[in-house]
Design a protein around this ligand. Structure first.
Ligand SMILES: [Ca+2]
Ligand SMILES: [Ca+2]
Ligand SMILES: [Ca+2]
Length: 183
C-alpha cells in the first residue's frame, strides 16, 4: 500500500493534469496543455516549435499515462493512476527508480521550452499556466525547489526532487511541492 502522504502527493499530481476537471486524465488534457503553451509562447501552427511541443505532450500521454488505463476506455481515473504507482513499487526499487527518473526527465523537457538545460522561473510559471494554475501557485512551488534561490533548476536537481515527490514518505523533503501544495 502507498503511504498517506504518497497518496496525497500523487492525487495532487493527478488533479494537476486533469486540465478540464472532468475527473479523468486523458489524451485531450495533454493536447490542450500543449495548445495552451503554444498560445502562451505565440508559436505559429505548423512551426517546428509547435510540432515539437505537441509531439512531446502526446508522448507523455502514450508513454506514462495510457499504460495506467486498465480498462482501456481512453481515460485514466485516480484509482487507475494510484494502482500503476503501486505496481511500479511492487516491481522493486531499481525498476521504480528507472521509471520515475524517465518520467521526470520527460516532464523536464516539457518545461524547459528554450532547451537550455535549465528550468527558469518564467518557464515554471508558463508550465503551471498551461495546466490552468495561477502564477502565485507556480512561484510558491518553484521557491520550494530552488533552494539556492538563483531562479533556475538543473535537470539533475529536478530529477532528484521528482524522485522525492514520487517515492519519499517524508513530509519535509524538497520536491513534495513540485506540482504545488498537496494538502
Ligand atoms: Ca480530464
Ligand atoms: Ca480507464
Ligand atoms: Ca530553460
Amino acid at each position: 500500500m502507498l503511504s498517506d502522504i504518497l497518496q496525497k502527493k500523487l492525487t495532487r499530481h493527478f488533479h494537476f493534469l486533469d486540465l478540464d476537471k472532468d475527473g479523468y486524465v486523458e489524451r485531450s488534457d495533454w493536447v490542450q496543455c500543449a495548445q495552451n503553451l503554444i498560445a502562451i509562447r505565440e508559436w505559429q501552427v505548423g512551426s517546428p516549435e509547435y510540432e515539437a511541443v505537441m509531439a512531446r505532450h502526446e508522448d507523455m500521454w502514450f508513454t506514462f499515462w495510457e499504460p495506467a488505463d486498465l480498462n482501456h476506455d481512453g481515460k485514466v481515473t485516480l484509482n487507475e493512476y494510484l494502482h500503476l504507482a503501486e505496481t511500479q513499487r511492487k516491481m522493486g526499487f531499481t525498476y521504480e527508480m528507472k521509471q520515475v527518473r524517465k518520467l521526470f526527465s520527460a516532464i523536464f523537457d516539457t518545461v524547459d521550452l528554450d532547451g537550455d538545460g535549465e528550468i527558469s522561473l518564467i518557464e515554471y510559471r508558463q508550465f503551471f499556466r498551461a495546466w490552468g494554475l495561477d502564477a502565485e501557485t507556480a512561484v510558491v512551488a518553484f521557491a520550494s525547489l530552488d533552494l539556492n534561490a538563483d531562479a533556475r533548476l538543473s535537470r539533475e536537481a529536478f530529477l532528484q526532487y521528482g524522485v522525492n515527490f514520487y517515492v519519499n514518505d517524508e513530509p519535509n523533503v524538497a520536491g513534495n511541492m513540485i506540482f504545488g501544495s498537496y494538502e
